[in-house]
Design a protein around this ligand. Structure first.
Ligand SMILES: [Zn+2]
Length: 605
């Protein structure tokens, strides 16, 4: 195993389009949740009466790195205020969650595991030692309570036991104390062994259960990678075995798995929950860091550049709970939901459609991706995700100018204060990969720099749009890391209202999306042609996409899913092409809020 370490938010800074993406996030829901959403604004975590379990820690896990990456003083002061308030409630024995002592046995300690991650990221961003002291006391107390049986893992904690290992690993590397290894052993012993339930992932069911819950499974993929060293176990790439089953039976073209909110098969009209999108990204970031296996990096890009932007509105005020590959509208179902266990609003763009977990949790997606741009191992640096960014450490400066993934040219400006190696990952889809004009056929390129050297390195490669096969004889169009969809023009209906004390008011309101243009098409030709454009202020703009692919289609009689007039049928009723061939412009999946992504090839009459 080749271990790569993360840099901190002081060492990596966003540039270009990804900086604009973070700024949009800071100006919208994630950056304002503490003002507009009761479960964060009035949380028990800060002395209020609203939710005192996962929502504030979920939010802080993304909000803290967002604030520090942007060096936004106002957001940093909000993060400090929340953390100070949380830490002020720490009990003398170390317990930190807002739950009275007699209620601890029935408090699901998933919150402890999640907060341990937040304390770690807060220290890494702020350098504040009191975060480490509080983490140490909290986990020491947690170890005692688990050892003497006062608390046990159950429900979410049982299914997410490995989430505590990020903090345990961090603390153990600092203090090396034996009790941390014992805590690791207890968590694994009481935690879920997912090997025993993989058969359940092969057939989607219509009932809710923990062991097919999509967010649990997205988190779980990293479990062996983050735990094996602390447990003294061999790494066996269990993640790949689990990935293979999940992908075969539940894979979506945007790189995620269907789960609305439990595994839902390969149907293009079932959804993927937004929490699972960001958790899968985080799992792949850690899987790469622990294994150095580049397959995780490519899978990470696929999700980050497709599934993540698709589920969030251009202004980042509204998000979906679940996204569909073939999504012809986002209108509340008057009757039964088409989703297996989600309600009739789960696909609306809004403040908290279906349930509020994603409202709190989606903010970690972009900041953690930026923090994965570069990783290091001794005198080696790898450019894991080549988004525009700058790395500045004591003795290394690397600035990367690029509009990737929309364009495929890169300019690295390097100033080295010591000898080091920079590894460039060559994507499997790259053609004519060149560095300073020299062509490479390898799967990575190692560049060495000497102390005192200043240089500019230019990299470029080509990508070609291609068709990829899907279940039911359908096909998608991909180019590099981007998936493409036939966009459907739409108008939105704003919905302002209050329910259960939670206000939806512009800009933090709900929207229904109504289609205005035809969507019943099949591909009529294999010719595809890419067109590169400027990247707008909104990088994944639904109006001005930064790149498109021209394709030829014909109308077909697709039809509606039985019982619905706002959901297309899972598979088309007829594949016979009618009328003339039309040229259409496919948009990146992340830009096309209403879309057809999986299409058949037309058959002759
Ligand atoms: Zn969620």
């Amino acid at each position: 195993m080749k271990n790569w370490s993360f840099y901190t938010s002081n060492e990596i800074k966003p540039l270009g389009w990804v900086k604009r993406q973070l700024e949009i996030q800071a100006q919208s829901l994630c950056g304002n949740l503490h003002k507009v959403w009761p479960d964060v604004r009035d949380s028990k975590w800060i002395g209020g009466t609203a939710e005192g379990w996962e929502r504030v820690p979920y939010w802080l896990d993304g909000f803290i790195p967002l604030a520090y990456l942007l060096e936004d003083k106002e957001l940093i002061s909000v993060a400090d205020k929340y953390m100070d308030s949380i830490l002020a409630f720490q009990q003398p024995d170390g317990w930190l969650c807002p739950c009275e002592e007699e209620k601890r046995p029935s408090y699901d300690t998933w919150a402890v595991l999640l907060l341990s991650k937040v304390l770690t990221v807060y220290y890494q961003c702020s350098g504040k030692e009191q975060a480490v002291d509080a983490l140490y006391k909290m986990l020491k107390n947690y170890h005692e309570l688990l050892k003497n049986g006062t608390v046990k893992l159950f429900e979410w904690g049982k299914y997410r036991w490995y989430e505590g290992f990020i903090a345990i690993d961090f603390l153990y590397s600092r203090c090396g104390e034996e009790w941390l290894l014992d805590l690791a052993r207890i968590l694994k012993e009481q935690g879920m062994d997912y090997d025993t339930v993989t058969h359940l992932w092969e057939r989607p069911m219509n009932w809710w259960r923990f062991d097919t819950h999509i967010v649990n499974l997205a988190m779980m993929l990293k479990s062996e990678a983050v735990s094996c060293a602390l447990l003294g176990e061999q790494y066996t790439d269990k993640a790949q075995k689990h990935y293979d089953i999940l992908e075969k039976y539940n894979g979506m073209p945007a790189g995620v798995f269907t789960g609305d909110e439990c595994l839902s098969g390969v149907s293009p009209i079932q959804g993927a929950e937004l929490c699972s999108v960001v958790e899968l990204m985080y799992s792949y970031e850690l899987l790469y860091a622990f294994t150095g296996d580049k397959k995780w990096a490519e899978r990470l890009e696929k999700i980050a550049f497709n599934a993540l932007p698709a589920a969030i509105s251009d202004d980042m005020w509204a998000h979906q709970y679940v996204q569909q590959s073939n999504q012809i509208s986002c209108i509340r179902f008057p009757g039964k939901s088409v989703f297996r266990t989600n309600n009739s609003e789960a696909h609306l763009f809004g403040l908290e459609p279906n349930y509020g977990c994603c409202t709190a949790n989606f903010g970690q997606g972009w900041p953690k991706l930026v923090l994965s741009a570069f990783m290091h191992n001794g005198d080696n640096v790898v450019n894991l995700v080549p988004v525009p960014s700058v790395l500045q450490t004591e003795d290394i400066y690397i600035s990367l100018k690029t509009e990737y993934p929309f364009k495929n040219t890169f300019e690295y400006t390097v100033k080295s204060g010591k000898d080091f190696t920079l590894t460039l990952r060559v994507p499997s889809f790259a053609q004519n990969y060149t560095v300073n004009g020299e062509k490479y056929d390898t799967d990575e390129v190692l560049l060495t720099f000497s102390a005192g050297e200043e240089s500019v390195v230019t990299v470029s490669f080509d990508v070609t749009p291609v068709f990829a096969k899907r279940a039911g004889g359908l096909n998608t169009v991909e180019m590099g890391s981007l998936l493409f969809s036939l966009p459907i023009k739409y108008h939105t209906l704003k919905k302002e209202y209050e329910r259960d004390g939670v206000e939806r008011k512009f800009p933090y309101c709900d929207y229904e999306y109504y289609p205005e243009t035809p969507w019943q098409f099949g591909f009529a030709d294999t010719a595809l042609e890419a067109e590169y454009r400027d990247v707008w202020e909104t990088p994944f703009s639904s109006q001005n996409p930064p790149v498109t692919v021209k394709a030829k289609v014909k109308e077909i009689a697709w039809g509606y899913e039985d019982g619905y007039d706002t959901v297309c049928a899972k598979y088309p009723e007829s594949r016979v092409g009618k009328g003339e061939i039309t040229e259409v412009e496919l948009y990146p999946y992340g830009c096309a809020k209403l879309r057809m992504t999986e299409l058949p090839f037309c058959e002759e009459e």
